[in-house]
Design a protein around this ligand. Structure first.
Ligand SMILES: [Cu+2]
Length: 324
């Protein structure tokens, strides 16, 4: 809750500052930058294994890798290594001067065909389940359109009044405290936590790939084609990813930065961007003023917030149940 308060405090401060700056002829980047959002999804020096996982799909991916693939690979590797060592010691020319003339062993051949098949069948079941889970969500609460360009990303929020912006790498000389070299962008993608978000990914020029390791998302951005996936961010914080398809000279310089915030902070951000929450769009009677009054009432009045909360929670529970 403190974070939300802090966020809206800074958002308001920043809008005031922005108004002054515009008058003075400067323009400031969008609001979200001022939060003290903890960095969750980022590479670290000498890091091994996965980044901390922060979405249901990523949890399953981590389980699939750590609990299934790694044990299987380890056992097979050790088994083959032992066989090799045994053959080298037991059947070398010195130890075994008169080699056997055996060429076939039906039992052995059946076993070494069937056992790998069984192992593959064991792997394929959770693998296909995971593939379909990552594919799409049936009950998306919002959509984010993502478009790859040489060499930056464009974002659009079709459910929130078509908020639209581009995100460029922050050059090393312009890095502010808290920003990460080669990963921070001038316009982080602000997204709400605990929300099923449909991601529609495409590209303008060449093939890019929108990848966010901590969320278990990596989707090719192909010109003339829209690829779909989804995510549900579980923790507030900052997440980093990179273009993951060689797309030209600045391929390594078009990072992805997500700022995951609470639903309230997201609504504030949407308002600050001049967008509208979907329920506002639905309720709007045509006058922009009415919508604005509603936004302010929703953010300022705790009584109304409290009144709305149970309904929201109920909706969330239903969504979660539908997920399982
Ligand atoms: Cu790219």
């Amino acid at each position: 809750m403190t974070t939300h308060r802090l966020f809206s405090f800074f958002t308001r401060r920043l809008s005031a500052l922005a108004a002054w700056a515009t008058m003075l002829g400067y323009s400031l980047p969008a609001a979200a930058e001022t939060t003290d959002s903890p960095i969750i999804g980022a590479p670290k020096e000498w890091g091994l294994g996965f980044q901390p996982s922060a979405s249901p799909v990523k949890h399953d991916m981590v389980w699939f890798h750590n609990e299934l693939l790694m044990p299987v690979i380890t056992v097979i590797t050790i088994f083959v290594m032992m066989l090799l060592l045994y053959v080298m010691v037991r059947f070398n020319a010195k130890a075994n001067p008169k080699p056997s003339k055996t060429t076939h062993n039906t039992m052995l051949e059946v076993v070494w065909t069937l056992v790998p098949v069984i192992i593959l069948v064991i792997i394929v079941v959770p693998s296909m389940k995971l593939l379909y889970k990552a594919d799409k969500t049936s009950d998306a609460e919002m959509t984010l359109n993502i478009k790859g360009y040489q060499w930056y990303w464009g974002y659009q929020y079709p459910d929130h009044g078509d908020i639209e912006f581009s995100a460029y790498l922050v050059p090393e000389k312009d890095l502010k405290p808290g920003q990460v070299r080669l990963l921070s962008t001038d316009n982080p993608v602000v997204l709400p936590v605990d929300t099923n978000i449909r991601l529609l990914v495409t590209a303008n020029d060449v093939i890019h790939s929108w990848a966010m390791p901590a969320l278990g998302v990596k989707v090719d951005a192909v010109p003339g084609r829209t690829n779909e996936t989804w995510t549900r961010i579980e923790k507030e914080g900052t997440y980093f990813g990179q273009c993951s398809e060689i797309c030209g000279i600045n391929h390594g310089f078009m990072p992805i930065e997500i700022r995951a915030v609470s639903k309230e902070a997201f609504a504030n951000w949407v308002a600050a961007q001049g967008g509208k929450m979907p329920e506002q769009t639905a309720a709007a009677d045509g006058t922009a003023q009415a919508a604005e009054v509603k936004t302010e009432a929703a953010t300022e009045a705790p009584a109304e917030e409290a009144a709305e909360a149970p309904a929201e929670e109920a909706a969330e529970t239903t969504t979660e149940e539908a997920q399982h």
